[in-house]
Design a protein around this ligand. Structure first.
Ligand SMILES: [Zn+2]
Ligand SMILES: [Zn+2]
Length: 249
């Protein structure tokens, strides 16, 4: 069995500090064959959550010579706000554009104002995910039901989620199984197994397993469990190299 962790934050993210050498050492110790450094780059105004893409790519290309399992990703936040940007980055040495929604207007995220019913938050959040999968040149979708991390209840607006899954499948994007909720003691996967089952039913296959590690000790955490979950549901875990999905099975 080969394993991949496609979602790791290094010191290029302003909320993480790990060096590439340290990440590679932990990945190797945990038998993670492929590890993608997917640092934050937020389109939506979020101070400090950016980097110089050319400089970071050349730095990481040098590291790839030392660590053949290293892949160059980005967790691109709210790419629908500037769909042109990823097209401009296409010639750089990125392996993976991992699309994320962390903000939905003033309803969800660091700019949210006031309190909204959970159902309204989920609906606004998934509407932004839909805009992202419709417009942005991403390879994969991170933590699809992310607001669950912060909300007391869990509501899936199936009408929008079905449309999102259909677009993901039609475009050949991958869906991430993000293992970070498991570390918070929540037994559900992110996205929930109900969404993963629906993805499989609709004909989806491509899965990325990602720890979303912001701390060194979390690198590779839960990816084997996520790998088995994907297999049980008839899905295909893999990783991206030069924007091409490489299955692990
Ligand atoms: Zn994220
Ligand atoms: Zn992340």
């Amino acid at each position: 069995m080969r394993l991949a962790d496609c979602h790791i934050h290094s010191f290029f993210s302003s909320d993480a500090t790990a060096t590439i050498e340290d990440i590679a050492a932990v990945a190797s110790k945990r038998h993670i064959d492929f590890f993608t450094v997917s640092d934050h780059y937020e389109i939506w105004d979020h101070e400090g959550y950016t980097f110089d893409p050319e400089e970071r790519c050349s730095f990481l290309v040098e590291k790839q010579k030392l660590f053949p399992g290293l892949l160059i990703g980005v967790e691109i936040g709210e790419p629908q706000e500037n769909p042109e940007l990823l097209r401009q980055w296409k010639h750089l040495s990125f392996d993976l554009f991992l699309g994320s929604i962390h903000v939905a207007g003033n309803v969800f995220g660091p700019h949210s104002e006031g309190s909204f019913p959970d159902e309204v938050v989920y609906r606004s959040y998934f509407s932004e995910v839909k805009r992202m999968v419709e417009t942005a040149e991403i390879d994969a979708v991170a933590h699809l039901d992310f607001p669950r991390r912060y909300l007391g209840s869990y509501v899936i607006p199936w009408d929008i989620v079905d449309q999102i899954l259909a677009i993901i499948i039609e475009r050949g994007l991958a869906l991430e199984i993000n293992t970070s909720l498991w570390r918070k003691g929540v037994s559900a996967s992110m996205p929930d197994e109900a969404i993963l089952r629906r993805y499989a039913e609709l004909g989806g296959k491509r899965i990325l397993t990602g720890s979303d590690a912001h701390q060194l000790e979390d690198v590779g955490d839960g990816v084997e469990r996520a790998f088995h979950l994907a297999r049980e549901l008839g899905l295909t875990p893999g990783f991206y190299r030069q924007h091409e999905f490489i299955p692990l099975v």
